[in-house]
Design a protein around this ligand. Structure first.
Ligand code: SF4
Length: 200
């Protein structure tokens, strides 16, 4: 059965899958657009698809995705409350970071995605997500993580990428602390009910 592209969201997804605005389209198996809920108060932004994401067509489905899912589950943030996306929708070869040009080429699609999702809280996972979303290209994720940025209607929290934590397990507590800050903000903004005990 052919896919149904009749809704504006599905039409958007089709435009992503057909996009050739940068050279990353040449080696992709498919554009990787989202998972979670189309409209959600929380948008979690990563860098770009890896091998598993390229294969499965969803962001954060490899080992990093398992860590992210564990954090969301431990903090009882349900799927209808989040939308997961990446700075670029096509896999950079060899899992390298996206270039400035590639991130800029993909930004109009990300901006359009934001119009559908309408998030108020944004978690930026890793240096590329921080740099390309905020435009602070010289920023160091180790210096900005765990600090809220309030810009317009957005509450933005940079943190480490789970792939970095998988390589540097000693930093795991910092990622956990940042996710607890994220949950507190979502409670404060009345997006989720408070919980009394959390843990992983
Ligand atoms: S990475 Fe983004 S801009 Fe580049 S081809 Fe893929 S969808 Fe288009």
């Amino acid at each position: 059965m052919s896919p149904d592209f009749s809704s504006p969201w599905q039409e958007f997804c089709r435009s992503c899958m057909e996009c050739k605005a940068c050279s990353l389209y040449k080696e992709r198996k498919q554009a990787v657009i989202w998972r979670g809920s189309v409209k959600a108060p929380l948008l979690i932004l990563g860098e770009g698809p890896g091998a598993q994401e390229d294969l499965q067509g969803k962001p954060f489905v490899g080992r990093s995705g398992m860590m992210l899912d564990d954090l969301l589950e431990a903090l009882q943030i349900p799927e209808e409350k989040f939308h997961i996306a990446n700075v670029v929708k096509c896999r950079p070869p060899g899992n390298r970071a996206p270039s400035v040009e590639e991130a800029r080429a993909c930004r109009p699609l990300l901006n359009k995605q934001f119009q559908f999702v309408q998030p108020q809280v944004i978690m930026l996972m890793g240096a590329s997500a921080y740099k390309f979303f905020t435009g602070d290209l010289d920023g160091k994720i180790s210096q900005v993580r765990g600090q809220w940025i309030h810009k317009g209607s957005y509450w933005i929290l940079p943190t480490f990428h789970p792939a970095y934590i998988l390589r540097n397990n000693t930093q795991k507590d910092k990622l956990w602390d940042d996710f607890k800050m994220l949950r507190s903000k979502m409670e404060e903004l009345d997006f989720i009910e408070p919980i009394t005990t959390v843990g992983i």
